[in-house]
Design a protein around this ligand. Sequence first.
Ligand code: ZN
Length: 124
Amino acid sequence: MRSLPYTLLGCLLGLGSLGRPRLAHGLLLFQSRRGFAWLFLARRGFVAVTFGRVVITTDPALPLPTLMHEQHHACQYERLGLLFLPVYLYWHLRAGYAANPLEQAAARCAEQWAAEHAAGSGQE
Ligand SMILES: [Zn+2]
């Protein structure tokens, strides 16, 4: 609920990407390569961005580890509420994308998810 303002923003940006929304793992996904998605993602070489509980992606088959990365950002939005974007931008400007603690935590979450599911698939 604390992420609601960013979720609404994500819906506007998703609609501004002319993407068709669908639900996946508790998130609302807009897939597109037009509008905002083109300006912010495709043109800059990014695959996905999260606002609240909304993920905007250029990839029609977003891999599950990437979705888990974005889902972790959605959890960060819930914890930080309106502070998410100022905190994210502070670390982005201070440390850069790869050293941003919010990105590192999301990357660890995706890696852990991938490792657990790789291990699980090998035992069957
Ligand atoms: Zn991220």
